[in-house]
Design a protein around this ligand. Structure first.
Ligand code: OGA
Ligand code: NI
Length: 355
């Protein structure tokens, strides 16, 4: 491999040895019944059997797995192909060229790789950008004025910006549909959560996992949970994503399904639902022969939103399990400790748990 440096590879400590079963995969959900209409505009859901069974499927998937795949999702396949192609072109550029759009402490958007961040555990290269361009977020905790986040775009690929923007626009629509289905599955009005996303500060990532000469020693991404509301992931046909199965705690490989999206519930939905829908751990294995491209869309509410268990969900029998927290401050704190590789425990929603 071109940039291979043996010092960069180190054994993973405390890596759990768990069997990987192919047995039961995550649910695959067909969205064709809703792809062409907006749920909030429908007056009578009870007449719509398809919708009712879809809502049940979504609710079961969220409760049992925290992960599912969607097909017939309404995002045009050519938009997926275009972003995949431009992603491959970008990562094929020289490291020098890519580092010209490298992120830094002042602007977290752009390129970075695990060598650059001295991250010896994750074997990947990344390009981050906001779904809305520009987006307003507090960049660091303590910043009194939220800042505008400016995306960086590689000069040598003039079409990059437009391709990613069009893709983001389509996936955003899917994000709202999923949000509505999830709200309905929790017994809420379809548009109950939409307002939180009016000024959403979602961001997107191109993940490139080069083929790795020692795949048993590193991971593409170490185990983690996603902090946002929902993650909408596109990937090629290589595979590597593994999900912690709730029923028995084993790692299960997600079968790649190019053209479909893999969806997972993030920490915010866990808090909103008062732990009914849990944010599930996942990780990425690397491959000794094949490089892999994946494209997550992290659907985040506006930075000023306060997150807490929804009032309609809690009552005397089901008291709130979390204290309220501010999303923008939470995320900025997490990002800062991540950037600096601080040796402190990463900020988690468990810090807001009411014991
Ligand atoms: C992530 C992630 C999965 C993948 O970026 O948070 O979990 O398959 N990615 O790349
Ligand atoms: Ni993730």
């Amino acid at each position: 491999m071109e940039d291979f440096d043996p010092a960069y590879i180190q054994p993973i400590e405390h890596r759990p040895i768990l069997l990987i079963h192919e047995a039961e995969g995550i649910p695959i959900i067909d969205l064709s019944s809703i792809t062409n209409n907006h749920l909030s505009n429908e007056n009578d859901h009870s007449n719509n059997n398809n919708l009712t069974s879809l809502i049940t499927e979504i609710g079961n998937a969220c409760e049992k797995w925290g992960f599912f795949q969607v097909i017939n999702h309404g995002v045009p396949l050519e938009k997926l192909e275009e972003i995949e192609l431009i992603g491959r072109k970008f990562f094929a550029l020289s490291k020098e060229e890519k580092r010209k759009v490298g992120r830094d402490e002042h602007n977290p958007m752009g390129y970075y790789d695990s060598e650059h961040t001295k991250n010896v555990r994750d074997w990947k290269q990344v390009f981050d950008f906001t779904a809305r361009d520009p987006s307003i977020i507090p960049v660091y905790p303590g910043d009194l004025q939220p800042k505008e986040l400016i995306n960086r775009w590689p000069q040598s690929l003039p079409e990059f910006r437009e391709v990613t923007r069009e893709y983001a626009r389509e996936v955003e629509k899917l994000g709202f549909k999923l949000l509505e289905l999830i709200a309905l599955s929790l017994g809420l009005a379809a548009d109950r959560l939409n307002g939180y996303f009016k000024d959403h500060a979602s961001f997107m990532r191109l993940n490139y996992y080069p083929a790795c000469p020692a795949p048993e020693l590193v991971l593409g991404v170490t185990r983690h949970k996603d902090a946002g509301a929902l993650t909408i992931l596109a990937e090629d046909d290589v595979g590597g994503l593994q999900v912690r199965r709730k029923s028995d705690g084993e790692w299960v490989s997600v079968r790649p399904n190019p053209g479909a999206f893999t969806i997972n519930v993030g920490d915010i939905i866990q808090v909103w639902s008062n732990d009914r829908y849990e944010s599930v751990e996942h990780r990425v294995m690397v491959n000794s022969e094949k490089e892999r491209l994946s494209i997550p869309f992290f659907f985040y509410p506006a930075h000023y939103i306060m997150i807490k268990p929804l009032e309609e969900i809690v009552d005397d029998q089901n008291p709130p399990k979390y204290r309220e927290y501010n999303w923008g401050v939470f995320f900025a704190t997490k990002r800062k400790s991540n950037f600096k590789k601080l040796n402190v425990e990463n900020l988690q929603i468990s810090h807001f748990k009411i014991i």
